[in-house]
Design a protein around this ligand. Structure first.
Ligand code: HEC
Length: 137
């Protein structure tokens, strides 16, 4: 009739309702897993995306945190106390990544505690770099 272009005709989608089983199907499980992965990826993506630039507000908070919490052992002006000074000259020749590792994991067998529960890696990196630059005093 009107199908002079019959070569290109396709069958329109036949709906095949499948509600025989009440049990959770593999498709649903797979969909749930996929959604979880997407959510996780998004969360990780956010973390990575925010890594290079912490907000001004967060940087201010971290500076205060280092002065207060780290200062309780390293001296209120970070010039040393129970812990060694955290002044820039102490860190010459050592990479910020090593300092960040110490901050995250602490120094086992000493009073230097791990801060991993309180700080993200990006934040520890930021603190390490700020200390190396001598920006936090
Ligand atoms: C409970 C006390 C305490 C607190 C709080 C503390 N530290 Fe320490 N920290 C120490 C001690 C003690 C040492 C020295 C350990 C040793 O003998 O090697 C140390 C060592 C370090 C070192 C290595 C210094 C070096 O020259 O190798 C860094 C870096 C450091 N602390 C950073 C921090 C930062 C940043 C904070 C806050 C997030 C912090 N510490 C909070 C006690 C503390």
């Amino acid at each position: 009739m009107y199908d002079h272009m019959a070569v290109r005709t396709t069958k329109s989608g036949q709906k095949a309702p499948r509600h025989k089983s009440r049990r959770v199907s593999y498709v649903e499980i797979a969909a749930a897993i996929a959604l979880t992965c997407i959510a996780l990826a998004a969360a990780i993506g956010d973390t990575i995306a925010s890594a290079p630039g912490l907000t001004q507000e967060r940087q201010r908070q971290l500076t205060e945190f280092v002065r207060q919490d780290c200062g309780s052992c390293h001296g209120m002006t970070l010039k040393g106390g129970l812990g060694r000074p955290l002044s820039a000259d102490m860190f010459e020749g050592r990479g910020a990544d090593i300092i960040a590792e110490i901050i995250l994991d602490g120094i086992p067998g000493t009073a230097m505690p791990p801060w991993r529960a309180l700080l993200t890696e990006a934040e520890a990196d930021w603190i390490a770099e700020a200390l190396k630059r001598g920006d936090i005093r």
